[in-house]
Design a protein around this ligand. Sequence first.
Ligand code: SF4
Length: 223
Amino acid sequence: MNIIIENVLKHQIEKESHKFICPHFPGGVMTPADLRKIADACEMFPNSKIKLSGEITIGNITDPKENDACRAKLGLSTFSIAGFAIRPVKVCAGGYTCDNNLQDSFSLALKLDKKFAGVDVPFKLIISVSGCGRCCSEPQVKDIGLVASRKGYAVYAGGAAGGKPRIAVKIADNVSDDRAVEIIEKIVQFYQKKGKPMERLGALIDKTGLELFKGDCGLNRNV
Ligand code: SF4
């Protein structure tokens, strides 16, 4: 993609992203006070709309001044739903409201969120963590997925949902929390270095070849 088209696309996406406000709640955890803040901020703008999917999105505040005022009233950290950046880490309820988790997956997800959410990458990148093999946070259709077992974590890469779904491939197994963080760091570096603008990780893995990708990320090729 040439640099002019890339800049036009980035500008368009930034413009679009001003139409939305997405409060960032690490781990998807919020308090009644947070919910009140959202209600209070939205009540200031009668045309605002709230939509819940993987995140809470406040939309329909198209005037930039109102958008700024709404953010100020919210007083919560936010993220760009349309940016070229790593999204807030998705995590299942294991260790929070579900007791089936086989590792402290919730703490690991919070650690990953702190380290990676908002980091610049060529397109969107979603990391998902599940506390057991039921995979409630759908890690196998995310760019990077972790699935806990009694022996550690399986690491998946290259998944996607949406218009071009792709099932992620397992690239490591039975790794510790620290090793999982190291592997994700390598994958992110690989993506930053080799990904073209608007190219998802799965497409880049297909183009590179799975074995070369794993080698570049310092992984055993026989997993
Ligand atoms: S993946 Fe397992 S630990 Fe996580 S919410 Fe589902 S059942 Fe619970």
